[in-house]
Design a protein around this ligand. Structure first.
Ligand SMILES: Cc1cc2nc3c(=O)[nH]c(=O)nc-3n(C[C@H](O)[C@H](O)[C@H](O)COP(=O)(O)O)c2cc1C
Length: 332
């Protein structure tokens, strides 16, 4: 089976092509890892079934918190808890990376106590079913504000490395901040970070990739999760995803993790395994680095079929693993 074959990603040999996709476990308190968080990861990574485990999104700054139970990477005091998660996953036998994120206008003053920010003040959310309060009208980021925000991402990436993770996953999907820069629906800026050229829409990503690389070096695994296509009129297209991914590859990303943009992690009317496969396949044809596809995979055979069809080099699974903690034991 292709899914059981090892694959190189940057300097890391991943033992198979099955990835535990990042899924917010809703177990953190005040951004800190709890005993429940540890148990969540212990149960779901037992046996080292996955070539790679991506730990759920962590907020890089308080005003970028997507929900009150979210994990934090925004303070040095978070490192101890993060270290415990990296240790659990490593002890079980998988590579582990931490996802870092800022929710942008997906945050809410009701739990951050701060104003929400976004590229252009356009309001949009991933449409969480979990009763996120009505989003605030976001403040437009100034250039200085963008540079300060980049600092927060850089510090969070360094904390992930101090916690012993093998690398990071930079979240630019599901209508969160970096996706808000990438999508022409949410990016109406006219400056260097503009929403009308690929260079403008990817400028913050590219500054982050280069900045983080400079700090953590070339060895750690750098994964970028891109909401490649919005699948709505006027939004990001598959062609945009291809152009952007070529730039990200040149800047030093090791692995491209393709998901949805403003449409979030689902694609209305398309619920078959690998429903973002048209985007991941187009990206895979255009780059040399490995590409990962997530969405709708129910079992290891779905993953195998998508790999055989050339849709991606690695396959992520989220909800099925949350629902069934021993999912994928047949990979061992
Ligand atoms: C409850 C829940 C929490 C999620 N948390 C995250 C997250 O922290 N980071 C992320 O990039 N995606 C997150 N996702 C999206 C998943 O990683 C994945 O892309 C999505 O569930 C589709 O894959 P699946 O059909 O295998 O579940 C979440 C999805 C759900 C349902």
């Amino acid at each position: 089976m292709i899914v059981k074959l090892p694959v190189m990603a940057g300097h890391h040999l991943l033992k198979n092509r099955m990835v535990k996709a990042p899924i917010h476990s809703e177990t953190c308190v005040g951004g800190k890892v709890t005993a429940e968080t540890e148990k969540h990861y212990e149960d779901r990574t037992k046996g080292g079934r996955f070539g790679l485990v991506i730990v759920e999104h962590s907020y890089v700054r308080n005003d970028g918190m997507a929900s009150p139970t979210q994990l934090s990477s925004s303070r040095d005091s978070d490192i101890d808890g993060l270290k415990r998660l990296a240790e659990i996953i490593h002890r079980n036998g998988s590579a582990a990376i931490l996802q870092i994120n800022h929710a942008g206008c997906g945050a809410s003053r009701s739990f951050t106590g701060e104003a929400t920010v976004s590229p252009s003040g356009v309001r949009v959310t991933c449409g969480w079913p979990t009763a996120a309060p009505q989003p605030d009208i976001p403040e437009v980021l100034t250039t200085d504000g963008i540079l300060r925000l980049e600092e927060a991402y850089l510090h969070a990436a360094v904390r992930a490395m101090k916690a012993g993770f093998d690398g990071i996953n930079l979240h630019s999907a599901h209508a969160y901040l970096l996706d808000q820069f990438f999508s022409p629906i949410t990016n109406k800026r006219q400056d260097d970070y503009n929403g009308f050229t690929i260079e403008g829409r990817t400028r913050i990503h590219r500054e982050l990739i280069r900045g983080i690389r400079q700090l953590i070096g070339t060895k750690p695994l750098f994964v970028l999760r891109l909401g490649g296509c919005d699948y709505v009129e006027g939004g990001s297209t598959i062609e945009d995803a291809v152009s952007a991914c070529k730039l990200f590859e040149a800047d030093g990303v090791d692995l491209l993790d393709i998901s949805g943009g403003i449409c979030c992690f689902v694609r209305p009317g398309h619920d078959y395994p690998g429903y973002f496969g048209d985007t991941s396949e187009a990206v895979k044809k255009a780059v040399q680095i490995p590409v990962m596809l997530t969405g709708g995979v129910k079992d290891v055979w779905d993953a195998e079929r998508l790999l055989q069809e050339g849709k991606a080099d690695l396959i992520g699974t989220g909800r099925a693993i949350t629902a069934k903690a021993d999912w994928g034991m047949e990979l061992l």
